[in-house]
Write a protein that binds this ligand. Structure first.
Ligand SMILES: Nc1ncnc2c1ncn2[C@@H]1O[C@H](COP(=O)(O)OP(=O)(O)OP(=O)(O)O)[C@@H](O)[C@H]1O
Length: 279
């Protein structure tokens, strides 16, 4: 094999994002402890787990809105922590982000919402911006909605516009925080299919934080489950479905009781209701 092919093969085998022994927190409170996570290039990785477990925190680490207390977050093998403003700007240019509810600018049209990052971050002429915006809107099925205002479109359409905006700058990596929240089942299915199709058509790598296990398991190549500040399971959706770990089972099967207790710790029922002491 010629040497440059060897190099290409080894680069594509390297994960796009890697967390190595990462611990982090807010103030004195440690949220993640010694977390290791590999996000394979070209794949859709879902992050699931109990509320407050640290899923959004992982996205913040990857976007370097947050720095680890120890350990490293690597993008393409490069540690994000020491980057200066210029390096960080370049790294973030490679990421598209769709944060909870993907809020649109309400006073800008659908077209201008998608054009916004292109106008902010490039010096492309308006004629080229127009073509790029229409291409992105076409990819999410909304080329015909370009002149509408956010108040004139449904929640599902708004989420798709936010998706078009997240991919406007042709990122390598897209981070989705709860992309299905508040959508009806049909819009949810459309959004999930779009995330998968755009990932494959544009050669992206996607990280999806979601509580909607059904949609997420349909589109993810890999699922990582976070609980109590640790990755408790990682594998294909089928690996997690068949996991014998009681916590994974409880979560995936949506059982109210298991390692995570339904009841807040309390005195015994017998004590509280004075059972056995009544005449
Ligand atoms: N800016 C912050 N300052 C202080 N604590 C925070 C901050 N952001 C998050 N936390 C706390 O860190 C923990 C992890 O939060 P995070 O948002 O990462 O969890 P999550 O798994 O995404 O939760 P959910 O599924 O409910 O969105 C939570 O206990 C949360 O209260």
């Amino acid at each position: 094999m010629p040497p440059n092919l060897n190099l290409q093969a080894s680069l594509s085998a390297q994960p796009l994002v890697e967390l190595r022994e990462v611990s982090c927190g807010y103030g004195d409170r440690v949220i993640l402890q010694n977390v290791n996570l590999s996000i394979p290039r070209g794949k859709v990785l879902a992050l699931i787990g109990t509320s407050g477990g640290g899923k959004t925190t992982v996205l913040r680490l990857i976007g370097r809105q947050l720095k680890p207390l120890s350990g490293q977050v690597l993008l393409d093998g490069q540690d994000l922590a020491p980057l200066d403003a210029q390096g960080l700007y370049a790294a973030r240019r490679r990421m598209g982000m769709l944060f909870q509810f993907g809020a649109l600018f309400t006073d800008l049209s659908v077209f201008d919402n998608v054009a916004f990052p292109l106008r902010e971050h490039t010096r492309l002429p308006e004629s080229m911006i127009r073509d790029l915006v229409l291409m992105k809107l076409n990819a999410v099925g909304l080329r015909g909605a370009r002149d509408l205002m956010p108040s004139e479109i449904s929640g599902g359409m708004a989420r798709r516009v936010a998706l078009a905006r997240a991919i406007a700058l042709d990122p390598d990596l897209v981070l989705y925080d709860e992309p299905f929240a508040g959508l009806d089942p049909i819009s949810m299915g459309i959004a999930a299919r779009l995330i998968r199709d755009l990932n494959d058509a544009l050669g992206l790598t996607s990280v999806v934080v979601s509580h909607d296990l059904h949609e997420t398991f349909l589109i993810a190549d890999q699922v990582a489950m976070i609980a109590n500040g640790r990755i408790v399971a990682q594998g294909t959706p089928d690996d997690l479905r068949h996991s014998s770990d009681p916590l994974v089972q409880q979560f995936v099967m949506a059982q109210p009781d298991g390692p995570v207790q339904f009841h807040h710790p309390a005195r015994s029922v017998a004590d509280d209701f004075r059972l056995g002491t009544r005449a």
